[in-house]
Ligand binder design. Structure first.
Ligand SMILES: [Zn+2]
Length: 337
């Protein structure tokens, strides 16, 4: 059921630029001869909904794409249940075309980030709200049996052959049932894709060889050290912090200490990240909290995107590391040394 991969850019961009979108910063010129050490590397980023790829790990993806890493974003659901979060876009015409619009928005974001992207084709479970929360809709992604939900991803891993996979932690990063399901199928695919006896219907029977990814990462986008640093930088600059309430309500949990293993410097791609996020025009309010911290202040206070190395089959040396591809041997890349 996996769709064919949508190619990396250039892509058709049928939508007008979103209201309030800043001009897209042209990518920085790569160093002459390309970035050494990136040839042959592949990264798969598994996300729940269109727009998640632009809010979690987007700047580091854009940097890696620029450096020559081949990247495939896998979007598990169509985001059909997403409400319109941009007041300027909340019109009957927009509401009537939501599924198609979200695909167009995704195509635009993909082009901005410089990555390939494909859909798993599952139905958005929606975020159940209320007490007690309503049941999840029948047939949605989060209610799909694990093997059925993971099978198309196992197939994609065997087709695309990533060295590194990124996904969410076991709590989903935030408690959306689709994000937790995305975590579960990513771990399942990481563990199963290299085993010829597992999911043989998307293995030998489909003409696909097993493929074992070497590293699995969880996004750590909204961890406390980063939020505190941005909050303090806003206060120091005499600006209102959008994080005050969040920090006041913050509950420290033992399982969250020590997660940060990897920080990827990517501040030069923060404008690219914001442009990709704004391409999801129905989902993102350009006047919202996302864009309240000035970019120069972000760059000074927290210039990295951060990850937890959850599994590694290669030696990575002393943590923390500053690159998702530390330890991936040249022999695994299919290129000459
Ligand atoms: Zn999401």
């Amino acid at each position: 059921m996996a769709a064919s991969h949508d190619a990396a850019p250039p892509v058709a961009q049928p939508l007008a630029p979103p209201v309030g979108a800043p001009p897209i910063t042209p990518p920085l010129a790569p160093p002459p001869g390309g970035v050494p050490g990136r040839a042959g590397l592949r990264l798969m980023a598994v996300h729940a909904h269109p727009d998640d790829e632009s809010s979690k790990g987007a700047a580091s993806m854009a940097r890696y794409a620029h450096e020559g890493v081949e990247i495939l974003v896998v979007t598990c659901t169509g985001g059909e249940a997403g409400s319109i979060l941009n007041p300027a876009m909340d019109t009957p015409e927009v509401r009537a075309q939501m599924p198609g619009l979200r695909r167009q928005e995704m195509a635009r974001a993909r082009g901005i980030l410089g990555v390939g992207q494909t859909w798993l084709g599952f139905v958005d479970s929606g975020l159940p709200e209320g007490d007690p929360p309503p049941p999840l809709p029948e047939g949605c992604f989060a209610l799909t049996p694990l093997a059925d939900a993971a099978r198309p991803l196992v197939r994609l891993v065997r087709e695309f052959r990533p060295h590194v996979i990124t996904t969410y932690d076991e709590k989903g990063g935030y408690p959306h049932p689709d994000h937790i399901m995305t975590h579960r199928i990513s771990v399942e695919a990481f563990e199963a894709a290299g085993d010829p006896d597992r999911y043989p219907e998307v293995g030998a029977a489909a003409g696909l060889a097993p493929w074992q990814p070497l590293k699995l990462y969880y996004h750590l986008t909204f961890h406390k050290r980063r939020i505190l640093a941005l909050h303090q930088a806003m206060l120091d600059a005499g600006l209102d912090s959008p994080y005050t309430e969040r920090l006041d309500a913050w509950i420290d949990r033992a399982e969250d200490t020590g997660r940060l293993t990897t920080s990827v410097e990517c501040a030069d791609w923060f404008p690219t990240r914001d442009a990709a996020l704004l391409a999801h025009a129905t989902q993102v309010d350009p006047k919202g909290a996302w864009f309240r911290v000035p970019l120069d202040l972000q760059r000074a206070a927290w210039p990295t995107e951060d990850y937890q190395l959850a599994r590694s089959l290669v030696e990575v040396g002393t943590l923390p590391e500053d690159d998702l591809f530390v330890g991936i041997p040249v022999s695994a890349r299919g290129v000459a040394a």
